[in-house]
Ligand binder design. Structure first.
Ligand SMILES: [Zn+2]
Length: 348
């Protein structure tokens, strides 16, 4: 039995760069604007100075609203999809006629096996201490361990870039986290959060119970950054019961504001502050659910329930098809039979 390898994993490049306030744009240097972002706005943005046409792309069967900038698709401001990894048209589902939606996985996809994240630093990256400090923070507070790579093929490569960026979850092979000079240790902790599978906190499907989005204050063309996963057809999985304002993955009240007015407020209308210093207790709880420290053990046979043949289900981070009383996964190479064993999928 071979351990299942995820072929469809959402890459999320959480780029932390500066979010340009249009008013401040002409008055501040790029560096000042970046400081402004990091100190006040705390919104991670891939290309702070640029915007592009918005469109819909398909990734792993999901329809995602994106912005096209610099030959890449930017999603939710700091998440980048390489163009060669998305489709402009939805992929067809092999075993279903018509357009049965193939739902994909939430933040349980692309997990690092055995709670171990391999990494390497670009020797030219400035201020490498922020990376080591961020890693130390993760290791102290979560079940994850970070190991400097020695030949492993799947690893995070910390390098410099225009903003701060990371894919979401393990995508296979070398995956970059880019860190501009202005990215702090806290920003690095945030980007590592993406790399191990965390989405932005305000995209939770239940966020409207906690916050109101003020679309009238959002920069034109950036409204899509405020959709929940449900609104864009994504079935994200939540690991805590409430929206966590203290999450290091939470947008600020002023993210993508075009007029200095809040874009996200609490249900009572008040703004709130966010932090980029440390993982919150909610962040840690989520990571512990995704990476239980007991996950390294002897696999047991799964308990099969009454699943309906012909239906799709998202279980343990993978969207699978129930067919002929077995599970099938629609990989890019076709449908292959898989088996769920103690929260892990295996090829059969
Ligand atoms: Zn981010």
């Amino acid at each position: 039995m071979r351990k299942f390898k995820f072929l469809f994993v959402l890459p999320v490049l959480g780029i932390l760069a500066c979010s340009e306030d249009p008013i401040a744009e002409n008055q501040e240097s790029a560096e000042e604007s970046q400081k402004n972002l990091f100190n006040q706005n705390l919104t991670e943005v891939a290309y702070p100075d640029q915007s592009g046409p918005t469109s819909q792309v398909y990734f792993a069967g999901q329809k995602l609203p994106v912005e096209e900038i610099k030959n890449a698709y930017v999603y939710q401001g700091d998440i980048i999809f390489p163009k060669n990894m998305v489709n402009l048209q939805p992929k067809k589902v092999v075993y279903q006629e018509g357009d049965t939606p193939q739902k994909s996985t939430g933040r349980t996809s692309g997990l690092w096996p055995e709670n171990t994240v391999y990494y390497q630093l670009d020797s030219n990256l400035s201020n490498q201490e922020r990376v080591y400090d961020a890693i130390e923070h993760w290791e102290k507070n979560t079940p994850l361990q970070f190991v400097e790579r020695s030949g492993e093929s799947d690893y995070i490569y910390f390098t410099s870039g225009a903003g701060c960026a990371s894919y979401i979850g393990k995508i296979g092979g070398r995956q970059e986290i880019t860190l501009a000079r202005g990215c702090s240790t806290g920003n690095t902790i945030h980007e590592i959060g993406h790399a191990v599978g965390l989405w932005h906190e305000q995209s939770r499907v239940d966020r409207d119970k906690h916050v109101n989005i003020l679309y009238e204050n959002i920069e034109n063309g950036r409204e899509h950054n405020f959709e929940t996963y449900e609104e864009m057809g994504y079935d994200g999985e939540e690991f805590t019961t409430n929206l966590d304002f203290n999450s290091i993955m939470m947008y600020s009240s002023y993210s993508f504001s075009k007029n200095g007015q809040p874009t996200i407020v609490r249900n009572n209308g008040s703004s709130y502050s966010v932090q980029r210093n440390k993982l919150s207790s909610g962040d840690v709880k989520g990571i512990e659910s995704m990476y239980p420290s007991t996950s390294v053990g002897t696999p047991e046979e799964p308990v099969e329930e009454n699943y309906i043949n012909g239906e799709h289900y998202t279980l343990s981070g993978l969207t699978v098809l129930r067919y002929n009383d077995s599970w099938y996964y629609g990989s890019m190479f076709g449908w292959r039979k898989v088996k769920l064993v103690r929260d892990n999928w295996y090829w059969v």
